[in-house]
Design a binder for this molecule. Structure first.
Ligand code: BG6
Length: 479
């Protein structure tokens, strides 16, 4: 279903994110028939480009990062390029703003994507208002990192709030745009089967893993100031935790969902420093170590975090959540595993062994779900038990429908145009997440904590294994 006609201005329109994700994503939405003929996209950046120069840059970006299915569809690309405009703009000065105003149309949805560093958010917001470009119905889209601690996040929220209402602000966490992440809500609240068991009475613990094989690559200067805690845990892993742990919202609407997520963040226990492990990857056979990647031979920034987290509320008290994420690990694998408790009594006696149901939701790759079920070991022997998976891959279950699933950015940008904030973070949510992570990071600074080295291509530092072993539990293999 096509969205309403829109003018989308991308500040940072020549930048990396625009070229890799935003513009190819918009192109795919057009190719899928979701973008109306009257949609227009205006790149705005510092470079002195003209419209033709911008069109050429975007064409190359689509060729490089677009969906291979549409690469040869040159006519389609031409159609997309026709919708583009460009204005050279000075975010901190007055240059280019009247020209931008001249390009904007009346009677269409107006959205402004701040694909720039957070230090420019306030300047852009102010000029959009002072030049009369963005009114009360404009939508502002902002990228992470949304601050680097509570103080800076508050300042950013305030600089946006000085010019726009909360209902106009769309803070992106691209994990919320992933199809499988939204499926967490569908699975929990669309089935009778799981929700009655979804609490500390039946769940022993939950593991959330986001493992990457890539290192910090060319992003060393950003990443080294950030680390895994700020780059991944404060946003993506916290969002996953919220969706898994939250109470059922009364309806699937933006504030109902975000209210419930916020309650989870506010119920998180302070983390005991012994329940958290930081790691940093070492040189491996196929690549440099972290300290070579960031060119600081003494860097103490973590590229890996594993932690045990408690939620003090009626549903979850006593059920730990184990979170881990890291770069240069053995495999790219993101999943959530809900490990249920043992049956209260084994009628088959001790020799049947202990068996637990585990529900695994694979977020990426090989998206799907698996439920481990205990059955009888076949054969004439006694009653011995074994675990077998009920396994569902979305690709198999959905067939060709799974192929046209929009990627996270495509989905989220279309939600902006539709005016649906459900999959975007509210200001208070982001602040609460920082309020929880700040003391953890401060603790590391105060203790001069040095991250534990781990071999690139491994499953992380040994101390992370010990974190689980101490509790008589085990991480699931990263494979
Ligand atoms: C980004 C982080 O937000 O998410 C990156 O800044 C990380 O460091 C990326 O690699 C992971 O996203 P995805 O979609 O590849 O899981």
């Amino acid at each position: 279903i096509p969205v309403d006609p829109f003018d989308l201005v991308i500040f940072g329109g020549t930048g990396d994110l625009a070229r890799r994700k935003i513009l190819p994503g918009l192109y795919r939405r057009m190719a899928s028939g979701q973008m109306p003929k009257e949609a227009r996209i205006i790149g705005a950046a510092r470079s002195e480009l003209d419209r033709a120069g911008y069109q050429q840059m975007v064409k190359e970006a689509i060729e490089e990062f677009g969906d291979p299915r549409h690469k040869s569809d040159v006519a389609g690309v031409g159609d997309f390029l026709e919708r583009l405009d460009y204005v050279a703009i000075d975010a901190k000065g007055e240059g280019g703003w009247p020209e931008l105003k001249g390009l904007m149309r009346d009677g269409v949805v107006k959205a402004f994507y701040f694909s720039v560093g957070p230090s420019l958010f306030g300047d852009l917001a102010e000029r959009l208002k002072s030049h009369g470009i963005a009114g009360d119905d404009a939508r502002i889209v902002v990228e992470k990192p949304f601050g680097h601690d509570l103080g800076s996040a508050r300042a950013l929220n305030a600089s946006l709030a000085a010019h726009f209402e909360e209902h106009q602000i769309y803070r992106i966490d691209h994990y919320l745009g992933k199809e499988t992440v939204q499926n967490l809500m569908a699975v929990r609240f669309g089935n009778m089967l799981f929700e009655p068991l979804w609490n500390s009475q039946y769940v022993d613990h939950i593991q959330i893993t986001v493992a990457e094989t890539v290192g910090v690559g060319g992003r060393g200067s950003y990443y080294d100031k950030s680390g895994a805690m700020r780059d991944m845990v404060q946003n993506h892993l916290m969002q996953l935790l919220c969706l898994i742990a939250m109470e059922p919202p009364a309806k699937f609407d933006p504030d109902a969902v975000r209210d419930e997520k916020l309650k989870v963040i506010r119920a998180l226990d302070e983390v005991d420093p012994h329940h958290i492990v930081r790691g940093q990857y070492d040189k491996g056979p196929d690549g440099p170590g972290y300290r070579d990647d960031v060119e600081d031979a003494r860097s103490r920034t973590e590229s890996y975090v594993a932690m045990k987290v408690g939620i003090s509320n009626w549903r979850w008290a006593g059920t730990p959540f184990y979170l881990r994420t890291g770069k240069r690990l053995r495999a790219r694998a993101s999943e959530i595993a809900v490990v249920f408790k043992d049956t209260p009594h084994s009628i088959f006696g001790p020799e049947a062994g202990l068996h637990r149901n585990i529900l695994t939701i694979r977020l990426q790759p090989n998206e799907g779900m698996e439920l481990g079920v205990t059955i009888k070991e076949p054969g004439p022997g006694g009653m011995r038990l074994m675990d077998v998976p009920l396994d569902m891959s979305f690709a198999d279950a959905l067939g060709p429908d799974a192929e046209d699933v929009p990627d996270a950015y495509e989905r989220l940008i279309m939600d902006v145009i539709r005016g649906n904030q459900t999959l975007f973070m509210r200001g208070d949510e982001v602040e609460a997440a920082w309020a929880w992570t700040d003391p953890i990071i401060q603790g590391w600074i105060d203790r001069h904590d040095v991250p534990k080295p781990y071999d690139a291509g491994s499953s992380g530092p040994d101390d992370a294994l010990a974190l689980m072993h101490r509790d008589g539990r085990k991480w699931r293999d990263i494979k």
